[in-house]
Design a binder for this molecule. Structure first.
Ligand SMILES: C[S@@+](CC[C@H](N)C(=O)[O-])C[C@H]1O[C@@H](n2cnc3c(N)ncnc32)[C@H](O)[C@@H]1O
Length: 256
């Protein structure tokens, strides 16, 4: 994917704003806790975190009792943060590597119990996403589970460009925008914003890509949004998003 500013430079520049030890970004409230919930018990499990960023989710997984987490991310600064925090906290079961997830093939294990990709596919084209899903299928243990989250494909067309989360769809519509990059921003509760992007896909593309990758079972889907709990906690921050579908969470089993 050719961009004026590469995704690597965006994340290298923004690594400090992503570094966190507790919830701060909008999606730390609206998406990541649901991923943890859907993973269920991870005790003794080996997990793969693709597009792991600075390691926030992998640290929570280790905290929940996982045997190991291997994280891969294309941003050297995000991985550098992930490694230093893991070293500071003595998390020896977290291993991180800098690489493009599409071409990466030096996994430390041949099989993983669960694989996650939290807001990775919105940086990849349909073809690249299908390649990563194919890799994931081959890396999952027979009873393995794959969970991924992406921005809801309808959100850019439903909301104007205002805090605390938006994508600019320019002159494209829902169908014309496929594989086009929509630049966006997401807010932290302290007012700091970070740039995000969404290489647009329709709902259908996620199902087709899973099918091409060899997943035979229907995925389960959750359309994530702000909840009453969020609105009570911080009505000013979460209020503007009330009633909008923010993210999609897919959960699919390795074997059908
Ligand atoms: C929105 S951040 C999410 C990070 C992390 N999953 C989390 O939930 O905190 C997206 C991450 O995907 C990474 N990324 C984007 N394209 C990638 C690629 N082709 N290969 C590996 N990582 C990629 C970025 O560097 C960034 O760290």
């Amino acid at each position: 994917m050719n961009h004026i500013i590469s995704t690597e430079s965006i994340y290298n520049d923004q690594a400090e704003n992503w570094l966190r030890s507790e919830k701060i970004l909008l999606s730390d409230y609206t998406a990541r806790p649901i991923v943890l919930q859907e993973l269920g018990s991870v005790t003794g499990q080996h997990l793969l975190d693709i597009g792991c960023g600075e390691g926030y989710v992998s640290r929570m997984i280790l905290d929940a009792g996982a045997a190991s987490v291997f994280g891969v991310d294309s941003s050297s600064e995000m991985i550098s943060q992930a490694k230093s925090v893991a070293a500071e906290l003595g998390l020896h079961k977290a291993i991180y590597e800098v690489s493009d997830a599409v071409t990466f093939n030096r996994y430390p294990r041949t099989q993983f119990d669960q694989v996650i990709a939290i807001f990775l596919f919105n940086y990849l084209t349909v073809k690249e996403m299908t390649q990563v899903m194919t890799n994931v299928k081959s890396l999952l243990s027979p009873n393995g589970i794959f969970i991924f989250t992406v921005p809801h494909p309808c959100l850019p067309f439903m909301r104007n460009q205002s805090p605390p989360f938006y994508f600019k769809f320019g002159d494209k519509n829902y169908f014309e925008g496929v594989d086009v990059t929509f630049e966006g921003r997401i807010w932290r509760r302290d007012g700091i914003t970070v740039p995000v992007r969404c290489v647009h896909k329709t709902f259908t593309h996620y199902f087709e890509a899973l099918q091409s990758a060899g997943f035979k079972k229907m995925p389960s889907i959750r359309e994530l949004a702000v909840t009453e709990e969020h609105l009570t906690l911080d009505p000013e921050f979460f209020g503007p998003l009330k009633g909008y579908p923010l993210h999609l969470l897919f959960k699919v089993q390795a074997n059908g």
